[in-house]
Design a protein around this ligand. Sequence first.
Ligand SMILES: CC(=O)SCCNC(=O)CCNC(=O)[C@H](O)C(C)(C)COP(=O)(O)OP(=O)(O)OC[C@H]1O[C@@H](n2cnc3c(N)ncnc32)[C@H](O)[C@@H]1OP(=O)(O)O
Ligand SMILES: CC(C)C(=O)C(=O)O
Ligand SMILES: [Mg+2]
Length: 596
Amino acid sequence: MTEAPPSPLVTSRLRTPVGPRRDDQQWWNAQRGSAMPFQRYERSGSRLPHELTDRTWPMKSLVRAPLWASVDLRDGNQALSSPMDIERKSRMFDLLVSMGFKDIEVGYPSASDADFSFLRMLIEQDRIPDDVTISVFTPARPELIDRTFEAIEGADRAMVHLCNATACLWREVVFGMSADDVQRMALRSAEHIARRAESAKRTELRFEYSPETFNVTEPEFVLRLSNAITSLWDASPDRPVTLNLPTTVETDSPNVFADQVEWMHRNLERRDAVILSVHPHNDRGTAVASAELAVMAGADRVEGTLFGNGERTGNVCLATLALNLFSQGIDPQLDFSDIDRIRRTVEFANQLPVHPRHPYAGDLVYTAFSGTHQDAIAKGLAAIERRAAEAGTATTEVPWDVPYLPIDPKDVGRTYESVVRVNSQSGKGGVAHVLKSAYGLDLPRGMRVELARQVQQVADGDGVELTSRELRAVFAEMYLDFARPALLLKEFQLTSEGDTTDIDALVVHGEGREKRLAGSGADAAGAYVDALAGTGLAVEIAEITGHVVSDSLGTRYAAYAQIGLDGATRYGAAIAGDEASARLGAVTSAVNRAHA
Ligand SMILES: CC(=O)SCCNC(=O)CCNC(=O)[C@H](O)C(C)(C)COP(=O)(O)OP(=O)(O)OC[C@H]1O[C@@H](n2cnc3c(N)ncnc32)[C@H](O)[C@@H]1OP(=O)(O)O
Ligand SMILES: CC(C)C(=O)C(=O)O
Ligand SMILES: [Mg+2]
């Protein structure tokens, strides 16, 4: 068996070890060796091309969306315990089209009847829009290539995607071939494809080649093979060949992949005739970083799946990549404006749930439970509203800048309702935010503190989250509903003359009977406390605030009073049909709380 050409690129060791030194462990580092058999995974040599000391990708930033290619229907599908049936495939295909994907790998038609018939259905029912190119996967086996061409017969456009593994382990263990044999197998298949394409005149054909296991293949071998393929297919700027570099099994940190991609990008022949693509998998959990750095390193196109379904730990998640761009002010060129619809369809097709913490799409990703985060979010949302009001424009027109929320949930079709959810980790900011957003109640600061303390006690006791309705109930129990009120304002009449307001009120105080009281003051509340002196209550008003509330019961008024009584400060609140009733009710509530 011929060995792969010796590659200086894979034997050089350029990596500088980082991390705490083991020999003179510091007093502050109590970590000790584990019993894990890590030695089994030690590597000799490096995958870094040693020429690449002048890498340019670290200085680059992403400025536009790469070409997106969905492989949900091929790589995603092949990883499912129950592969998609035709209905699930159709729903996935229509979703991808509706989102703006122009490059969709629809299957591996030579592998199964399900993939073959789905493709025939798409073609025969004319379901492929004019600006969408479907791609079909084939291994380097002539009989399967022939079947692939049967599957695409009659299509207006298609991309034939040839793939074979190239790394030493696969050459030796899977194929039992030398590097030269693998190259010969790939070229024979590429030639076979070119020949078949000659006779498929009706279809505008493009070609893709993937050196599967690229990331663990000797770079010089993969470069030589890729150049031979693009030459055989006669890649030209007006008929470019897609060269797709996968991390079939992700093995290294993303900077290593970025170096590998930049090295290919700089050394490929016919670079202007090659669409350089990457296909990261997520075995180390760094597929997104690998894709982003690869684009900085020169890749033009990214293959992946929605929410990262795929073999083992999955393919790179295109939703994350696209919305990462969006969050930096770059048009993702894909429509995620209703991310829950997208998620529901993908969950239906894959029969797999999307994790509640999945970037941008999970149920919980725009939700804060912890107090300080809630406080900051509530302040951030209020600041956006203020800025919009100052500019005389809608909140959607001012730049988004809210702590702990990288994007506006509304931009992906979410509401603010679940942004703040209250449990025992919550503070006053969160409690106030929920009452305001769900019920329009804008409590004064001191009252928020008092209410939050009570909410925390309830949440601690129950150990669960409080819904906005439960929160409203805690508020009502504290300030609005008194089973045995010490003071009851049954009715009142106000008259004003000049700067003075007079009140005539009917109250019940303590165990006593109804009592008619009169008083005067600068306003209704002032007149009321003056009248209350007649029952022996020496109330002082520190602050009264209020606002209109519109809810299912119509437009009403909410008032919040802070009073001094018997040397203590109390808060009270009331919601009533008119402002005066609410303000007097808030004073009554505060008195009742003092006596509770
Ligand atoms: C990284 C990727 O995602 S590659 C895509 C992988 N996707 C799939 O495998 C899904 C669909 N696959 C299938 O349905 C089947 O594997 C089939 C129908 C394609 C082939 O089935 P079988 O002929 O029974 O072969 P099987 O899958 O057991 O083994 C693969 C054979 O193909 C060879 N092979 C594997 N990959 C390739 C390739 N890219 N090009 C050429 N030959 C290949 C293997 O060496 C093995 O050959 P051998 O029989 O001489 O040992
Ligand atoms: C077919 C290739 C691109 C693949 O899916 C992989 O290597 O992961
Ligand atoms: Mg893959």
